[in-house]
Ligand binder design. Structure first.
Ligand SMILES: [Zn+2]
Length: 301
């Protein structure tokens, strides 16, 4: 995956009527998010390049003729390298991070930091003193905090990874979904398939009961409108269920493990009308994760 985009841009600039800022990075279509009220601001996964993080900070903090707002909270949704990059760049802010992220093993942290360093090299980013996120506010299921008069809530929602959470801003009817719904119909599962399906069902329930009208995923395009939000979740769930059905059918058909993965991934690509590239790799990866549940590999003694 290359990122030949020249510069970042703002998808949302933030205004008194809609105090949300979305900065589209030149890397991986990543969306760094911020919101503000009164004298305070919050940023959510404020990646990627240092100049982008600084531009996000200015966009949420600066206002004509008045003292700048303070970033009081940095919400880190999960521990993947593109989401943790900006946590150190808001001195004085409290870092909010799910317990599952805080409690990552030393080995997992080392892997994450190594991946980040590799990407830094590709991007030409110098980030010498970077450390794994150190949380000020740790939560298990949910955590509420306020930004000016706005309430924000982080909710633990494992599935994309075992430590993923999302950020809900009730007054703005906006759900920041991290790596959920980044490309509806092409599930971005990096952990367990069943947990991913269950996360989608949980999220659908929240969207209905809370009246979510905007989803801000961490990559690609925002989803606007209550109907579009539910349609995106349904498409994602339907496509994943289709893939699981295909995996089951191919197992019954007597194929090898690799054959099951190949045929099931090809079937979902045909159904979607896509072929090749990054999508094919993700379909294959999803099929592999489903296979691990439908046809567990024998555990060696
Ligand atoms: Zn992720």
């Amino acid at each position: 995956m290359t990122s030949a985009v020249e510069t970042f841009r703002f998808l949302e600039h933030g205004s008194p009527a809609d105090p949300v800022v979305v900065l589209r990075s030149r890397f991986w279509n990543f969306n760094a998010i911020g919101f503000f009220d009164g004298d305070e601001a919050c940023v959510v996964d404020p990646g990627i390049y240092p100049d982008e993080i600084e531009a996000l900070r200015r966009a949420v903090c600066e206002r004509a003729g008045r003292l700048p707002r303070r970033v009081t909270h940095v919400a880190v949704t999960h521990s993947h390298h593109d989401h943790i990059r900006g946590w150190m760049r808001f001195p004085g802010a409290r870092i909010v991070f799910p317990r599952a992220g805080v409690e990552k093993s030393e080995a997992a942290r080392t892997r994450i930091l190594a991946t980040k360093r590799k990407i830094d090299e590709q991007l030409g980013v110098e980030d010498e003193g970077f450390r794994y996120p150190e949380a000020d506010i740790v939560f298990d299921e949910r955590c509420t905090f306020t930004i000016g008069d706005l309430t924000a809530e982080m909710r633990f929602l494992p599935g994309h990874s075992n430590c993923t959470s999302v950020v809900w801003i009730p007054a703005l009817r906006t759900l920041c979904t991290a790596d959920y719904l980044v490309s509806p119909g092409l599930a971005y599962c990096r952990w367990e398939a069943r947990a991913f399906e269950s996360a989608l069902a949980t999220m659908r329930g929240w969207c209905e009961s809370e009246g979510v009208t905007r989803i801000l995923p961490a990559h690609n395009d925002p989803i606007e409108g209550a109907d579009a939000v539910l349609a995106a979740i349904d498409l994602e769930a339907r496509t994943f269920a289709f893939l699981r059905d295909r995996v089951r059918a191919e197992i019954t058909g007597g194929r090898s493990r690799e054959g099951v993965v190949r045929e099931a991934a090809a079937a979902v690509a045909r159904q979607r009308g896509s072929s090749g590239g990054r999508r094919a790799r993700q379909d294959t990866d999803n099929a592999r994760r489903i296979l691990a549940e439908e046809w567990p590999e024998p555990v060696s003694p």
